[in-house]
Write a protein of this length. Structure first.
Length: 170
């Protein structure tokens, strides 16, 4: 059985922070505001994975009120989610995503993002879809004040359920 999950995230661009997207540090004079590193692509992927598995969302699992997650790299969060999925008997089949940002131009960074994310997800790079779009000057993203990301994750159960506890979780 294949299960699908959808994720979305948006963060403001601010001075004084590094810009992390797709697990990469991208040279830019502003970064994404967040309790963690603000990597909204990884956050959208985490929510998509959690949604596909029927789990909590990123805010409940890694609350911004918990000092353990202050300035944490979002790649650590996706590792933790992958561990949870594996324990529950799921594996990722494919992910697809869209980053919407006016600046910086992200197309040159997409191959490196795939190189970072694919092993974290247990996928080959060509099963990790990442597209970069602009907002054509419209809204907060179009004015260069924020970056937003959308993600879809497909997962599959790798083993049969055999405990009544696991059946209740699903």
């Amino acid at each position: 059985m294949i299960r699908a999950g959808f994720g979305y995230d948006i963060h403001r661009l601010v001075s004084g922070r590094k810009l992390y997207l797709g697990g990469l540090e991208i040279p830019f004079p502003k970064g994404l505001l967040g309790h963690s590193d603000g990597d909204c692509l990884v956050h959208a992927l985490v929510d998509a994975l959690l949604g596909a598995s029927g789990g909590e969302d990123i805010g409940r699992l890694f609350p911004d009120t918990d000092p353990r997650f202050k300035d944490i790299r979002s790649t650590a969060l996706i590792r933790a989610v992958m561990t949870r999925l594996k324990k529950r008997g799921f594996r990722v089949v494919q992910v697809d995503s869209v980053i919407v940002a006016e600046k910086p131009k992200l197309a040159p960074y997409i191959p490196r993002m795939k190189k970072v994310l694919a092993p974290l997800l247990g996928l080959k790079e060509d099963w990790v879809g990442i597209k970069a779009k602009t907002q054509e000057g419209l809204g907060v993203v179009g004015r260069g004040q924020a970056v937003q990301c959308w993600a879809l994750a497909l997962i599959r159960r790798t083993r049969k359920r055999n405990s009544s506890i696991e059946k209740k979780r699903d």
